[in-house]
Design a protein around this ligand. Structure first.
Ligand code: NAG
Ligand code: NAG
Length: 245
């Protein structure tokens, strides 16, 4: 009976570790965003929540953020970046006209409704990984995200997506920090937004997450081994018992 219980607890343990993957092939969403403010601008194309292409107006170039292992990398036609620059001129001009026509309406401000910090991959000590700071539900775009490691500002290894528009008109932005999990390290991401009087901060304690996420499968391994030993011993005595009788 003991063996059975150990096995059962292991099966439960494994299934609780899984990820939720939802695939819906009937509804894909292709998106194009062109927007501007007095100080900022964006032009991007996306598919199903991922960036396909955007114009980096600071570096004055187009960016394809897909990882290089994408099977069929595709390219927009030449001049797409130049088109984006021209769009910005049009957008800023329209904005000026609108502001006059609507007599400078008050700016709507929504602070982020969600800020989450998590790792891209399962945590393994000494294995390169990414910390993700996911910020959503804010208006207007953008947010600033800054990172610390053990309370010291991190200046390298981070990047941030251009704002992605949500169905309700608010925005989402995702900042990534490359890191190598080491015992005892504590990271934070701090989010600044127009509607926040002070930054919204989330902490990531490597140790806590290691014991939360990886711990159960370690126990599971121990449980499985014990369970298998138990079955082996049980079978041995069963055969022995049969031989004796
Ligand atoms: C997939 O999308 C269709 C169309 O919107 C929807 O009716 C259906 O419920 C979705 N299926 C799943 C499994 O999400
Ligand atoms: C984000 O950072 C830039 C540059 O430091 C600054 O000008 C801007 O005011 C910041 N935005 C917010 C919302 O704090």
């Amino acid at each position: 009976m003991k063996e059975l219980l150990l096995f059962l607890s292991c099966v439960l343990c494994v299934s609780a570790d899984g990820e939720f993957v939802s695939v819906n092939s009937t509804l894909h969403e292709d998106i194009g965003i062109s927007g501007c403010s007095d100080s900022d601008g964006e032009n991007m194309y996306g598919l199903d929540g991922e960036e396909k292409w955007y114009a980096d107006f600071n570096k004055k170039e187009e960016i394809y953020p897909q990882p290089p292992f994408v099977v069929n990398p595709f390219h927009y036609q030449e001049g797409t970046y130049e088109g984006a620059v021209a769009n910005q001129q049009v957008c800023k001009q329209n904005l000026k006209v609108d502001m006059q026509a609507y007599k400078n309406p008050p700016l709507q401000r929504d602070a982020p409704s969600g800020v989450m910090i998590y790792t891209r991959d399962e945590v393994e000590f000494g294995e390169k990984n990414y910390l993700i700071c996911y910020v959503t539900g804010f208006y207007p775009a953008p947010v600033n995200v800054s990172w610390t490691k053990n309370k010291e500002k991190v200046t390298q290894g981070s990047s941030i997506n251009v704002p992605y528009i949500n169905k309700d008109g608010t925005f989402t932005q995702i900042s990534r920090l490359q890191f190598t999990p080491q015992q005892g390290d504590i990271y934070s991401c701090a989010v600044q937004h127009l509607a926040l009087t002070q930054p919204e901060t989330r902490l990531y304690d490597v140790e806590v997450h290691f014991s939360l996420c990886v711990g159960p499968s370690v126990f599971c391994g121990v449980g499985l081994t014990l369970g298998l030993l138990g079955v082996a011993a049980g079978t041995f005595f069963l055969i022995k018992g049969n031989e004796c009788s």
